[in-house]
Write a protein that binds this ligand. Structure first.
Ligand SMILES: [Zn+2]
Ligand SMILES: [Zn+2]
Length: 137
């Protein structure tokens, strides 16, 4: 990831490096606020605008995947920065990446059915996670 950014003449400041690391290491699909809080712990002078700018840049370089949600705000995945299915808890907004064997088949089926060349996809499953289920009972 770093080599790619250097190739893009992306100036790697310590703050930007921290944002990168947080995104690449997180599997919880953080939102902007959560990224901001984590970076701020190490770099108290960081502004939310810096986070926005850096994340937007990383998005353009396909180093982070943005998941847009109208109700709960956008979430970011730097761990798997390519299209993949998500399972979302409607109670606590937890997001998990399932490994679906049927995904490739599904893509082929969609292409056959519609005559589209499929470039991208967005597949979200909504439900209630096991933690929230346990809390309810
Ligand atoms: Zn939940
Ligand atoms: Zn994901």
């Amino acid at each position: 990831m770093l080599a790619k950014l250097r190739g893009q003449k992306f100036r790697i400041t310590p703050q930007r490096l921290a944002i990168l690391k947080i995104l690449a290491a997180s599997d919880g699909h953080p939102n902007m606020e959560q990224i901001f809080k984590q970076v701020k712990a190490d770099f108290p002078t960081t502004s939310l605008a810096t986070i926005y700018k850096t994340v937007t840049l990383l998005k353009q370089l396909n180093e982070v995947l943005e998941l847009g949600f109208s109700n709960s705000g956008n979430r970011y995945d730097g761990n798997r920065p390519y299209p993949h299915p998500h399972v979302i808890c409607i109670k606590c907004n937890k997001i998990v990446d399932p490994d679906l064997d049927s995904l490739d088949e599904m893509k082929k089926e969609v292409a056959l059915e519609t005559n589209f060349k499929i470039l991208n996809h967005r597949l979200d499953f909504f439900g209630i996670c096991s933690n929230c289920m346990a809390e309810k009972s």
